[in-house]
Design a protein around this ligand. Structure first.
Ligand SMILES: Cc1ncc(COP(=O)(O)O)c(C=O)c1O
Length: 558
């Protein structure tokens, strides 16, 4: 079913396929060569240009026109349309047809994350120029694993790494002059996402502790069992607040630490790691008869669910005293450093041994850009791998110290974006997010039907529908009744969130805050990052939630 037709002559012109009859497409050597060569004629150049226009403007017009989140079609119906597991032997479609289908038939059923009414997740609108930059990355097709497939892209990447490193650590000119292009120094690395960035940081922390020496070849070579035996250790643990991202558990599994050894530290009433609880945990680990190495403490600069920032300075001090690797997960909050107004919210981040930042979050890049930075430019030597055909010792090959092998030049996008936006441009986005989230919180407080659950520190907040009669009943309820009323509240919030999502105009997410200072609560969660989201739109979203609530539950919440 074609939902919307974008009439364009471009779709009528064949570009890459040839056939005996116009309806029959065949794969042959001549056609194949044509798609690998530059367009050879003026006609094919024009056709290519038209297709790009369709992608750049057709899709953009489409997204602008459809401020709604997604077209109405059930996932079941959609999945029925994608049940063909056979690869067609001959070409099935021309490029023109493929583009047409993607724009007209697939895009409407994707999620319009660009909508200013889409405020539920850390994925949002991206500046228009990102599409151009992404296209250049694809067209150049550089592979940053080695210099031989990237050349200038590798040295450009080192420059981008130094810029973000400087944003975090702010060392001297002399420091950056020395390390920026020095093959032996690694200020950080690009990976696919925040998950791999966190894994890399903890991998480095693990290998730096279980180093080679005294006949031991290092944990990377000999494995965890030999490392524990050599160091006389029974287990390793990593400490993180209850609001830690689950990528840390994955790291525990992958690194052989065990995800059960990623230990949660309670948060205080502001949802930040409780420092007293951290100190108590360290004390009790030291007193434990099992010999335990605390490999790292992770401070979060912008938790996924509440957007709060842990007390980084205090955690840094504790880590320094106890000789523990201090990692900061700033996957979300890192770019706040670009805002003169709000960068102090992250104070202490410069004391971290390692820092995760995601480009595809608040650097507003397309998907696929995680980064991890290290205070010590030599520490990544602990994860170095060499290969005879590539990544030779002493080379500039960026793949030497990386969990990733082949990878795209996402640094080219970030480097260009920093030039296009400047730190002031990014600061406007960050300030808008934080300040709009604050106005949002005020609006919630003004409306009797709602309760603000976690106030925004950065640009994330949670709230819930909390009808007055349930509030009143809860005050005098016994334990059994309280449980019943809490279940009712959960049901109300789940229902309203679902119905709003299904209506297709707006989207807020929901989560259960069973790990925060606020106890076990189903809450509505919003992330304000789209610069087009303003307080009027937020009021509309809340109005819609009120309407759904009253339609479904009347006044009583039953
Ligand atoms: C604090 C934090 N750390 C890590 C991650 C993982 O990032 P990614 O989804 O890019 O792997 C997220 C994702 O939301 C996050 O919020």
């Amino acid at each position: 079913m074609l939902l919307k037709s974008y009439k364009s002559n471009a779709f009528k012109e064949p570009l890459v396929s040839s056939g005996k009859k116009s309806t029959e497409l065949i794969a042959n050597w001549q056609t194949l060569q044509r798609i690998f060569l530059q367009p050879e004629s003026e006609a094919s150049r024009t056709a290519l240009f038209k297709y790009m226009e369709q992608i750049l403007f057709g899709l953009n017009d489409f997204l602008n026109e459809h401020v709604g989140i997604t077209e109405e079609a059930s996932l079941l119906d959609l999945s029925d349309r994608f049940k063909n597991s056979r690869i067609s032997k001959n070409p099935a479609k021309k490029l023109a047809d493929v583009i047409k289908v993607l724009i007209e038939d697939i895009a409407p059923h994707a999620v319009n994350v660009s909508s200013p009414y889409f405020i539920g997740h850390m994925t949002s609108a991206i500046p228009f120029f990102m599409v151009h930059l992404q296209t250049i990355v694809a067209a150049l097709n550089q592979n940053l694993v080695k210099l031989e497939t990237s050349k200038v892209a590798s040295v450009l990447e080192r420059q981008v790494l130094a810029k973000i490193h400087r944003l975090i650590y702010d060392y001297s000119d002399a420091f950056y002059d020395h390390h920026i292009q020095r093959p032996e120094s690694t200020l950080g690395t690009f990976v696919e996402d925040g998950t791999l960035a966190n894994l890399t940081a903890l991998w480095v922390a693990r290998n730096s502790f279980f180093k080679p020496g005294n006949g031991f070849a290092g944990v990377e070579k000999e494995g965890m069992a030999a490392a524990y035996k050599t160091f006389g250790i029974d287990r390793c643990v990593i400490l993180v607040s209850q609001l830690g991202h689950h990528s840390l558990q994955k790291s525990g599994g992958v690194l052989g630490i065990g995800n059960g050894n990623i230990l949660s530290i309670d948060v205080d009433h502001t949802n930040r790691m409780d420092i007293k609880k951290l100190l108590a945990a360290i004390k009790s680990i030291k007193a434990d008869p099992r010999k335990t190495k605390i490999l790292a403490v992770v401070g979060i600069a912008g938790t996924t669910e509440t957007g709060t920032v842990d007390p980084l300075e205090e955690i840094a001090e504790i880590c320094a005293e106890n000789r523990i690797h201090f990692h900061v997960d700033a996957a979300w909050g890192g770019p706040t450093l670009l805002s003169e107004k709000y960068k102090s919210l992250l104070s202490g981040i410069n004391l971290a041994d390692s820092v995760t930042i995601d480009g595809h979050k608040q650097f507003y890049m397309p998907m696929g850009c995680g980064m991890v930075y290290f205070k010590d430019p030599a520490i990544m030597d602990n994860i170095a791998y060499y290969a005879a055909y590539v990544n030779r010792p002493g080379s500039v090959d960026l793949g030497i110290r990386s969990i990733v092998g082949s990878r795209a030049a996402m640094s080219l996008i970030l480097g260009s974006a920093l030039e296009i936006m400047g730190s002031m441009g990014y600061a406007l986005l960050i300030d808008h997010g934080i300040e709009t989230a604050r106005s949002f919180a005020d609006e919630i407080k003004r409306r009797p039907l709602f309760e603000l659950v976690t106030a925004p520190e950065l640009n994330i907040l949670t709230y819930r529908i909390f009808p007055y009669d349930i509030k009143k009943e809860l005050n005098s309820a016994n334990l059994k009744k309280k449980k019943e009323l809490n279940n009712k509240l959960s049901y109300i919030n789940i229902t309203v969130q679902r119905l709003q999502r299904e209506a297709g105009k707006s989207f807020v997410s929901r989560t259960t805050l069973n790990k925060t200072a606020n106890g076990n609560k189903v809450v509505l969660r919003t992330v304000i990052m789209n610069p087009m989201t303003n307080i009027d739109i937020i009021r509309e979203i809340l109005d819609e939630q009120e309407k759904i609530y009253y339609n479904q539950f009347g006044n009583s919440g039953t």
